[in-house]
Design a protein around this ligand. Structure first.
Ligand SMILES: *[C@@H]1O[C@H](CO)[C@@H](O)[C@H](O)[C@H]1NC(C)=O
Ligand SMILES: *[C@@H]1O[C@H](CO)[C@@H](O)[C@H](O)[C@H]1NC(C)=O
Ligand SMILES: *[C@@H]1O[C@H](CO)[C@@H](O)[C@H](O)[C@H]1NC(C)=O
Length: 345
């Protein structure tokens, strides 16, 4: 999620926090990987291909339950389309969300991917819901809060959507999940620097309710080499070739894995007091953070792991409704490593 892992926080921490930050960075560098711009001086050819750590498995990872709720009722995803969203792009995102609990898709499937998320339970031993449904949608075409959003103004966008005069989004604090997606001309605080998306919950003082929400941006114009990696590559890594994306839209195909990342974390840690690793709730390392950049068997470090390649040259690792998607794996707390539906063993 990385919702409060900004640089300001890193500059003046107390001593015990320094240790936690180092641990956090260690976990992040050793298991979760994206070509972040601040690491560019230190990415060498050698690291590519050579690093085949085993799917994030690490004796240092202690994924713990902190007694808070997980999303056990049917999860309804309400989308806010902020900016200009062509129907072709909307369709890919809707079909991904609809694929999460769709039965009968070819294996490896998106619903097979969700099975790892379903392993997480709450105090009553209820599992995360099997069912994820696409709910109501709201268009915010005219950018009600401008082209640059902060972490706080993101909450105001959600407030506008649930209080709109015409067709407001319904308020479902227990089963609703509010997904704000921003078009490629919108900048959200820290986008491309150290986040491609984040999740949190709204403050009653701003929105009137505590609602779990996520933001994910389309990086096509700003930093596809970071947030749509491996369908785009950063220019500072010479010789690296982008992979062909499965739905013909690099920005959206890159967003799918980030959306999946945030939904998996929201389901298991909606109020940031349920499932995460590390001692510090302001630096929670959640089930998708641990497996970022891992898409298949053998993945870890900067190595994506084994993916599938179709006749048309597109790379993907799971099937959904009518489409293929490339989605990162998530942490499996039963076996203590990252798992996904396309595992070879
Ligand atoms: C790269 O990382 C190594 C340690 O892994 C460090 O010694 C070196 O100073 C770093 N180089 C740059 C340019 O940051
Ligand atoms: C519920 O979670 C438990 C504990 O992780 C797991 O053993 C069980 O298989 C899960 N049930 C489902 C339906 O995923
Ligand atoms: C939850 O979703 C299932 C389908 O998976 C459906 O049969 C059931 O009626 C739903 N429950 C509620 C309370 O909406």
């Amino acid at each position: 999620m990385r919702h409060f892992s900004g640089n300001t926080r890193l500059l003046s921490p107390a001593k015990p926090t320094i240790i936690l930050i180092l641990l956090f960075l260690f976990l992040r560098l050793s298991t979760a990987w994206r070509p972040w711009p601040n690491q560019k001086n230190n990415v060498t050819e050698h690291e590519f291909g050579a690093n085949k750590k085993y799917e994030g498995s690490s004796e240092f990872v202690k994924m713990k339950y902190h007694m808070g709720p997980v999303l056990t009722s049917n999860i309804t995803v309400h989308i806010i389309w902020y900016g200009t969203w062509p129907n072709t792009q909307k369709r890919i995102i809707r079909e991904f969300i609809n694929s999460i609990s769709a039965p009968g898709n070819r294996s490896p499937s998106v619903s097979g991917w969700w099975k790892t998320v379903q392993l997480y339970t709450d105090q009553t031993d209820s599992n995360v819901s099997k069912t994820v449904i696409l709910g109501k949608e709201k268009n915010d075409r005219l950018l009600s809060h401008g082209k640059t959003l902060t972490r706080l103004s993101v909450q105001s966008v959600i407030k506008s959507a649930i209080t709109a005069k015409t067709e407001p989004l319904p308020v479902h604090p227990n089963s609703g999940l509010y997904l704000l997606v921003t078009s490629d001309d919108v900048y959200v605080q820290d986008f491309c620097q150290n986040v491609c998306g984040f999740h949190y919950f709204t403050y009653p003082s701003i929105v009137g309710y505590t609602l779990p929400y996520a933001w994910v941006g389309n990086s096509a114009k700003s930093c596809p080499g970071v947030c749509a990696y491996p369908f785009a590559v950063p220019s500072y890594i010479p010789g690296l070739k982008p992979l062909k994306s499965p739905n013909g839209d690099v920005g959206i195909d890159g967003m799918i894995s980030v959306i999946a990342h945030e939904i998996a974390e929201l389901a298991t840690n909606p109020l940031v007091n349920a499932w995460y690793a590390g001692q510090d709730p302001t630096f929670p390392v959640e089930i998708a953070d641990l497996c970022e950049g891992i898409y298949g068997t053998g993945g870890g470090g900067s190595y994506t792991g084994q993916m599938l390649k179709d006749g048309d040259g597109a790379t993907y690792n799971m099937h959904g409704i009518r489409r293929r998607f490339l989605v990162q794996w998530v942490w499996n707390n039963v076996v203590n490593y990252c798992t996904g539906p396309n595992a070879l063993d």
